[in-house]
Write a protein that binds this ligand. Structure first.
Ligand code: PMV
Length: 293
């Protein structure tokens, strides 16, 4: 039996623009998906009805050259389809656990690459932002120019508030909506580039340990995401609750519904977001995919 887990992810800056190759700045959120895989010779496969799990198992089998029947179980405390990279976490943890159980453990880089391929197979379009971050953990920058873990001085101690409106929206449709806008309105194209510029500035600040400077950039990024049409009244309410309490905030992920991320994680900011959210919690920056058993 092999059990692995991988964290959810949040965008501090750069979602949607990352689909156009611009950089995004993310961190791994301390809520995880845990996947248990057990070989069951002589029996049939038993796994949850999830295209991500099926694809990830298929890829682990191909990698190991072994199609022994497997029993797969998934437990997760990451809200689904809400901008916290739940499918990336499930894909990375499944690849990690299944490849170990089949006797051919994948290297971290390989898990990241295969988890991105799983998302592409299942969703059509997907940037490697969520899958890379769920695999590597910590802070990351992901874009066409570079894809790496960021060394943020003191960053391990940083905390963020995550608020969830209780809803979810299909990533594919949100990405499609932005693409239609970009096609017919060149201002939208400029906005995508400007979001990339905010991420570049954010990476510079983060690398000097200035996580407080990220707040103003997050606020500006929220304004640009709103202009691209991916915010919503419930997301905006959580964002403004955080701001009215002295914090900075933006939606994270595809938008439409789902989660916001706010900084700093002061008590006032947490309780203000809580008042507008279905659920709110303080997120610490987490480790990437790892062996549990
Ligand atoms: O909401 P999520 O966790 O699926 O994130 C989507 C992020 C996008 O930038 C909108 C799409 C992508 O593939 O990066």
């Amino acid at each position: 039996m092999a059990r692995s887990s991988a964290p959810g992810t949040a965008f501090l800056l750069g979602e949607h623009a990352v689909v156009y190759g611009e950089p995004a700045l993310l961190f791994a959120v301390g809520r995880r998906a845990t996947v248990t895989v057990e070989t069951k010779s002589g029996e049939e496969d038993k796994m949850p009805d999830s295209a991500y799990v099926r694809e990830a198992v298929g890829r682990a089998r191909e990698h190991a050259g072994d199609d022994t029947p497997l029993r797969v179980e998934v437990e997760s405390d990451i809200p689904i389809g809400a901008g916290l990279g739940s499918s990336a976490a499930v894909s990375a943890a499944t690849l990690h656990a299944a490849s170990r159980e089949l006797g051919a453990p994948m290297e971290r880089e390989k898990v990241a690459e295969e988890a991105h391929a799983v998302e592409l197979d299942v969703q059509g379009a997907a940037s490697p932002a969520d899958t890379y971050t769920a695999t590597m953990g910590g802070y990351t920058v992901v874009g066409d120019e570079e894809k790496r873990r960021l060394d943020v001085p003191g960053g391990a101690d940083a905390r963020f508030v995550v608020g969830w409106d209780g809803g979810s929206a299909p990533t594919g449709e949100m990405v499609e909506g932005v693409s239609r806008l970009v096609d017919r309105n060149r201002v939208a194209d400029d906005i995508v580039e400007s979001i990339g510029d905010l991420s570049r500035m954010g990476v510079e600040r983060a690398e000097t340990g200035d996580t407080d400077a990220l707040g103003a950039l997050m606020d500006m990024n929220q304004g640009l995401l709103d202009a691209l049409g991916v915010s919503s009244s419930s997301l905006s309410r959580m964002v403004w609750a955080a701001r009215d309490a002295g914090g900075h905030a933006k939606l994270t992920g595809a938008g439409g519904a789902g989660c916001v991320v706010a900084h700093p994680a002061a008590d006032d900011v947490l309780s203000a977001v809580e008042d507008e959210a279905e659920e709110a919690f303080v997120a610490r920056v987490a480790e990437g995919v790892r062996t549990e058993e």
